[in-house]
Design a protein around this ligand. Sequence first.
Ligand SMILES: C[S@@+](CC[C@H](N)C(=O)[O-])C[C@H]1O[C@@H](n2cnc3c(N)ncnc32)[C@H](O)[C@@H]1O
Length: 226
Amino acid sequence: MSQDPVFVRKAFSSIAGRYVLTNHVLSLGVDILWRRRVASMVKGFGAGRILDIACGSGDLAAEIIKKIPQAEVIAADFCAPMLEQARRRGLPMLLVADGMQLPFEESSFDALTVGYGLRNMASWDGALRELSRVLKPGGYLLVLDFSLPQGILRAPYRFYLHRILPMLGGWLTGNREAYDYLSDSIERFPSGEEMCSLMKANGFAEAESIPLWGGISSIYVGRKEG
Ligand SMILES: C[S@@+](CC[C@H](N)C(=O)[O-])C[C@H]1O[C@@H](n2cnc3c(N)ncnc32)[C@H](O)[C@@H]1O
């Protein structure tokens, strides 16, 4: 299994209705705090026009709107059933769009966010270049995603990732394959310095990695030159 866009869209379509609840159960609600932290960082950048790409059910975009109500926040995803969940929670500016090919001109946004989305895109390099294209010079990209912890947490976390999470996710959504894919995609996805190098090679002058909870998730901050 890889990030085949047909598989990814189908997987998210099938779990859309239970996505939010399943996330909160699998992370014991901690995912809410991580999205809040990203929203606070976006606020700190003073961004006025923001794109949340791969917004899914809109959890991250909703936190950003809460923190910066005066900002223009566009939330986009290539999976219509996930966007429908975002529409139901009342997000104002929603768009069906592919992160690999965005329908925006160069330098359109002050800040971009991607929560648990970049990992699912067909090419990480291609997606980062496309995100850099639509970002204003000096603008920020924040990527929130799962990562593999180092040290003593690594083995128990991988046990949870490959044995418990697919079972629980499958039970809660009826689609175990989607959660097997999740575990495998987390193993493949670059983390820490590796992700920072990828960002620097694809349109970002600076990149920093912030591990969360011992590194089971990370926030990556990329700044476009300018
Ligand atoms: C795990 S969900 C994350 C949703 C939300 N950002 C959050 O924080 O919960 C991943 C989302 O990425 C979307 N996605 C994957 N590849 C995409 C792409 N190339 N363009 C746009 N959305 C994409 C999926 O449709 C799915 O809704």
